[in-house]
Design a protein around this ligand. Structure first.
Ligand code: PLP
Length: 357
């Protein structure tokens, strides 16, 4: 038998993204919505799937869904591009604005997918660190941008896994600092407040990423989109997979967008639970840090974080262990779930920490 020659050089030593997918009774590790779709939305989807043309290729650009999303955002079809969730669009962003000889500014710690995509596409990664409290070092970022050699930057607002937002004023300054393409990753914006979508009118170098996976209960569907000026969308269309958004996902997306108001009370409840959890976490004496969050998760620092993660898992609760990630030593990320799930997590965490030796 012949051996095989080595794979592409950029794959050497690369560790695939590991979402730490493990089944558990209480899943609070992936910032999913603990509730599935509202029954009315589910019924509409099931009705549309009866007698559905599964044999036909989907509309490649999902134009009906583009129109619906554009209308919701005061934009036109040409300002919207759908993808196989945010992850695919992040990869398209890396392909279209990165590549050999080009640079991504990565503001760390943040979502690890940006750096992984840069590596796969041969893009150089330039890092600027957040401050010790994980707030943005705005001046350091603007100074680095002003050097003019950065091609793309992602500003995650709210940031995953630290939870804080970027101010509108800072985003404007970032857009004005150079002609690099600035992605505002708004995966969690529904839990935070105002989007920067209105800035698209004045800034050709802005692109906004959104997903159906978090606030809209569709992590299992794989649907996301970007909002940008047409000149940017045109370039992304060149690199995207033509049929990446399947026909069933398009049906689901249209049903969700037609019923966004049904999600509002649920989003409100998650925000209330988050604020309550932050209060309760601050009352557990062994918890060293609880970071303010505008998202549906909370980053905490605890002693023996990896042991605490294990004991929570043994108690049937899965959270995300970041304690071995650079800049996040000792940290666990707790997704906000249903009231009873959160209560169980608080009780078990308090118990485990009080029994640690
Ligand atoms: C979850 C997430 C995404 C996108 O997730 P998809 O499920 O691929 O849409 C993008 N950015 C951040 C920061 C996220 O946390």
């Amino acid at each position: 038998m012949k051996t095989v020659r080595p794979s592409a050089p950029q794959l050497e030593g690369l560790v695939p993204y590991d979402p730490k997918y493990l089944p558990a009774r209480v899943m609070l590790s992936a910032n999913e919505n603990s509730q599935s779709l509202p029954p009315e939305v589910e019924e509409r989807i099931l009705a549309e799937l009866k007698g559905f043309a599964f044999n036909r290729y989907p509309d490649p650009l999902a134009n009906d869904l583009r129109d619906a999303i554009a209308a919701r955002n005061g934009l036109k079809r040409g300002n919207v591009l759908l993808g196989n969730a945010g992850d695919e669009l992040l990869f398209d962003f890396a392909l279209a604005w990165g590549g050999p000889g080009r640079k991504l500014l990565n503001i760390v710690p943040t979502f690890s997918v940006y750096a992984a995509n840069a590596r796969l596409t041969g893009t150089e990664v330039v890092e600027v660190s957040r401050k010790a409290d994980y707030s943005l070092d705005e001046q350091a970022i603007l100074d680095r941008m002003a050097q003019g050699d950065i091609d793309q930057v992602v500003i995650t607002t709210p940031n995953n896994p630290t939870g804080g937002i970027a101010s509108r004023e800072f985003i404007v300054n970032l857009l004005n600092a150079s002609d690099a393409l600035v992605m505002a990753d708004e995966a969690y914006i529904e839990f935070a407040g105002e989007s920067c979508v209105d800035l698209l009118a004045e800034h050709e170098n802005l692109i906004i990423l959104r997903t159906f996976s978090k606030a809209y209960s569709c992590a299992g569907v794989r649907l996301g989109y970007v909002l940008a000026n047409e000149s940017v969308i045109t370039e992304l269309v060149k690199v995207r997979q033509p049929y990446s958004v399947d026909a069933v996902s398009q049906v689901i997306g249209r049903a969700v967008v037609a019923n966004l108001e049904l999600f509002e009370p649920r989003i409100e409840a998650i925000k209330q639970q988050r604020d309550l959890m932050i209060q309760k976490l601050r009352q557990i004496p062994q918890v060293q840090d609880v970071y303010d969050s505008q998202a549906n998760f909370i980053l905490v620092r605890v002693p023996q974080a990896d042991r605490v993660w294990e004991l929570l898992y043994e108690a049937g609760i899965l959270v995300r262990d970041f304690s071995r990630s650079r800049g996040l030593e000792g940290c666990l990320r707790l997704s906000v779930g249903l009231a009873e799930e959160n209560q169980l997590l608080m009780d078990e965490l308090a118990r485990i920490l009080s029994e640690l030796r």
